[in-house]
Structure formats: structure tokens, C-alpha cells
Design a protein around this ligand. Structure first.
Ligand code: PXL
Length: 270
């Protein structure tokens, strides 16, 4: 049987263990044919002090034209960092033109963390991303992104009723499942899942460290497991455990990402 073929649309940061350099090896590891649509090429991600940035908006219509000519279609989509509003419209065009009838769309909105927008993003982008979410089967924003998307004031500390209200507000933007990543209560960290009106939590002990790129690793593993047919809860749990293992395997001095590669090599595919 042919492998499922996914398209992942996000930036190519040449250095930085995030976005495509994470999604491509992880999805492939799980036996998924992984096609890429790079939204931009950066020297390194934007948590470094400086970076070069080539926006690929103008090349994407040429890519679509060729895919159309070749009759390409995908069994699923994983979106991460797009970078510019123009790319949000192109993502929607991509679903319209290159989806099979039941292909799931997983959107990690990727524009903020720790209460603030990443460099280069503004509220216009947030609004456009909010509109794109209606096309998703699963969305997995972090708490900061969830606050921006719903016009909710960000709090570093909160209780379950705040997080659950946030999830219900997000559910007004999409018919898909809502996964809020990195929710924290009582020394634990994990995901709040709102699916068909039902709220569930997948929590693990919180580690005393924070690294860049862990959201991208989470989304990649969650998507791979979900495409394999696992439930959303199990997919989130396996993804959370993988991220935690990667963090444990990474030296604190390795500031720009987590060393997921050796862990991936030890992870049995099924
Ligand atoms: O990991 C999220 C991410 C992805 N891509 C780029 C980024 C970031 C976070 O800062 O800068 C280019």
C-alpha cells in the first residue's frame, strides 16, 4: 500500500531545528510521504539576534501551476509558521486545489509565545489566521496564540475555567477540534482538548526548562500519529512525551532548539 502523502507548509529556517527541518524528518520517520511548501527561507529562526529572510509568496503560484499540471493531491496538510498574510490566502487556495475529499487540515497558527507576538507579526495577521482556522480539522495554538486569536487578555497564570473558556472561544472560529498546547496547572503541563463539545486534558510533569521549536516538534508528532489513525488524545500524549524526552536529552546551552534527532532514531515507528 502506498504511504499517505502529506503537505507541510511552513518556513525553511536553515539553522534552528524548527519548522520544516523538524516536520520533514519526523513525518517521514512515521512512514508518511512528506511534501513541503516552504513559505520563506531564513538564515535561522527569529529567536536568534538577527536573520536573513526571503519571502516565497511570489514563487508559490508557479508551484501550484506545476502541481495542477501533474494532478498532485494530498491526504493531509500540516501548517506551521507562514510569516506573511499573503501566505494565508495561498494556504486556503492550496486546500481548495490540492485536497482529496477527506484530507485532514491541521493548523498550528505559530505567531506568538509568552504573551507576545513573534517579530514581524501584527494583529492583521492574527485576524487573517483566525479566519483560516475555519478550514481546519485540528488547531493547536499555544496559550498566547489562543489569547490573541480570541481577543482575550493574556495571563501567565490562570485556572482551568480560564483555559476552558479560551477553548470554547476558539471553537467559535472552527468546526475542527481545538488543542491548546502548553497549558499548565499544579506542576503539570500539557494539552487541553475540546472536541465535539467535550473537554479533556493530556498532562505530564512540567520540566524545569524551556526551549524553542518544541511546538513544531509537538505538531509534527501529533500529526503523524493522528494520520496513522490514533485518537487525538493518544496523538497528543505521544507527542507530549516525545517533546519531554527531547528536552531531557538537550543541554541547556543549546539555546536555539531541542536535539530531537537521536530520540527519533530510537523511537519505534508504530
Ligand atoms: O518555532 C516557531 C518558529 C518557526 N519559524 C520561525 C520562527 C519561529 C519562532 O520564533 O522564528 C522562522
Amino acid at each position: 500500500m502506498n504511504a499517505k502523502r502529506i503537505l507541510t507548509m511552513q518556513d525553511l529556517s536553515c539553522v534552528g531545528q524548527c519548522s520544516l527541518t523538524v516536520a520533514l524528518p519526523i513525518l517521514s520517520h512515521y512512514g508518511i510521504e512528506t511534501c513541503v511548501l516552504p513559505t520563506a527561507v531564513l538564515s535561522n529562526h527569529t529567536q536568534f539576534r538577527s536573520w536573513s529572510y526571503l519571502d516565497l509568496t511570489n514563487e508559490i503560484p508557479n508551484i501550484f501551476k506545476e502541481w495542477s499540471n501533474s494532478g498532485i493531491a494530498f491526504d493531509g496538510f500540516l501548517l506551521g509558521y507562514l510569516g506573511k498574510k499573503s501566505l494565508i490566502a495561498l494556504a486556503e487556495e492550496c486546500f481548495d486545489r490540492f485536497s482529496k475529499p477527506q484530507s485532514p487540515v491541521i493548523i498550528d497558527p505559530v505567531f506568538a509565545d509568552d504573551g507576545t507576538l513573534y517579530s514581524g507579526f501584527d494583529l492583521d495577521y492574527v485576524k487573517a489566521m483566525g479566519r483560516l482556522l475555519r478550514r481546519a480539522d485540528v488547531i493547536d495554538p499555544n496559550v498566547t496564540e489562543a489569547c490573541f486569536l480570541t481577543g482575550t487578555e493574556y495571563h501567565a497564570e490562570y485556572d482551568k475555567s480560564f483555559a476552558e473558556a479560551l477553548a470554547h472561544k476558539l471553537a467559535t472560529l472552527t468546526d475542527g477540534a481545538v488543542v491548546i498546547t502548553g497549558v499548565e496547572f499544579d506542576g503539570k503541563i500539557g494539552e487541553l482538548i475540546l472536541q465535539k463539545g467535550d473537554i479533556r486534558y493530556v498532562m505530564l510533569p512540567k520540566l524545569n526548562a524551556k526551549y524553542h521549536g518544541t511546538g513544531d516538534i509537538f505538531s509534527s508528532v501529533m500529526t503523524a500519529r493522528y494520520l496513522q489513525g490514533k485518537s487525538l488524545d493518544e496523538s497528543c500524549l505521544l507527542a507530549g512525551q516525545f517533546v519531554a524526552d527531547c528536552m531531557r536529552a538537550t543541554d541547556k546551552e543549546h539555546f536555539y532548539g531541542v536535539c530531537f534527532e537521536s530520540l527519533l532514531a530510537q523511537t519505534d515507528r508504530p
